[in-house]
Design a protein around this ligand. Structure first.
Ligand code: HXC
Length: 257
């Protein structure tokens, strides 16, 4: 099915989504969010996809929710339409998602990046939660995810002043895993996504689930969860293959089961 606001393709075992509303710096309107969910539904259902990569343009990953679309909304509309719940579906995906961020990742754009599992940033990337300048605050997880990731002081400052961080500051504060020269961002992000996609898919999915537990439970419960899942991994053919391949000094050929 055709997309109006995205470019969607599969490269090997990587599902690639490119946000594509250049005229609005990839502002996330309702069509884009619906299409993004449709693309992710397809990748989740496709056993040939082991990792998803979401990116934007060189100028903007996404400059936030579409302000022009949002500006006229009233409270009952936002409440009754459950505005934003569709966004959050990105964070509930089970396959690993890498975000490759160049240029602006602001407001909902920063929140979308934080819903992904790994953020790789081009050296021209800029992150921020400028909603306060519009008379609102982050509404797609920004006050919660950013605070857990970078800590209270920086999250508070960014949310209360709307100041942007550059890629280096974002890396120092733990928001991004690596900063990459802009010209190499896509090649490097594809390499990362391909590496993840070459692993056993169920093991990668369980690993994602386990790391995410760290945000949702106590340490003791998280450790218990990790141990249960770790034990369960010994029921997979991929555990046998992975360890046998090491012993035989050859690359593992995972069967994804
Ligand atoms: C709608 C947007 C937009 C947005 C940019 N555009 N951001 N349209 N929603 N979020 C449009 C501009 O109106 C303009 O269209 C075109 O994209 C190019 O933008 P410029 O401003 O001309 O570019 P530039 O001068 O380079 O400035 C870039 C920028 C600025 C600093 C990123 O565009 C900006 O401040 N954008 C808004 C960022 C923001 O406040 N984001 C938070 C949104 S609220 P025209 O037609 O004039 O050429 C949010 C809440 C999420 O995200 C909560 C969950 C839903």
């Amino acid at each position: 099915m055709a997309y109006e606001t995205l470019l969607v393709e599969t490269r090997g075992r990587v599902g690639l989504v490119t946000l594509n509303r250049p005229q609005a710096l990839n502002a996330l309107n309702s069509t884009l969010v619906a299409e993004l969910n449709r693309a992710l539904d397809g990748f989740e259902a496709d056993p040939g996809v082991g990792c998803v990569l979401i990116t934007g343009s060189e100028k903007a990953f996404a400059a936030g929710a579409d302000i022009k679309e949002m500006s006229g909304l009233n409270f009952p509309q936002t409440y009754l339409d459950d505005f934003i719940t569709a966004w959050d579906r990105v964070s509930q995906r089970r396959k690993p998602i890498v975000a490759a961020v160049a240029g602006f990742a602001l407001g909902g754009g920063c929140e979308l990046a934080m819903m992904c599992d790994i953020i790789l940033a081009a050296d021209n990337a800029r992150f921020g939660q400028p909603e306060i300048k519009l008379g609102v605050m982050p509404g797609a997880g920004g006050t919660q995810r950013l605070t857990r990731i970078v800590g209270k002081a920086k999250a508070m400052e960014l949310c209360l002043t709307g100041r942007m961080m550059d890629a280096q500051e974002a890396e120092r504060s733990g928001l991004v895993s690596r900063v990459i020269p802009a010209a190499e961002l896509m090649a490097e992000a594809m390499k990362t996504a391909e590496t993840i996609a070459s692993m056993s898919l169920p093991i990668a999915m369980m690993t994602k689930e386990s790391v995410n537990r760290a945000y949702e439970t106590t340490l003791a419960e998280g450790i218990r969860f990790e141990r249960r899942v770790f034990h369960a991994m010994f029921a997979t053919a991929d555990q046998k293959e992975g360890m046998q391949a090491f012993v035989e000094k050859r690359p593992a050929g995972f069967q994804n089961r």
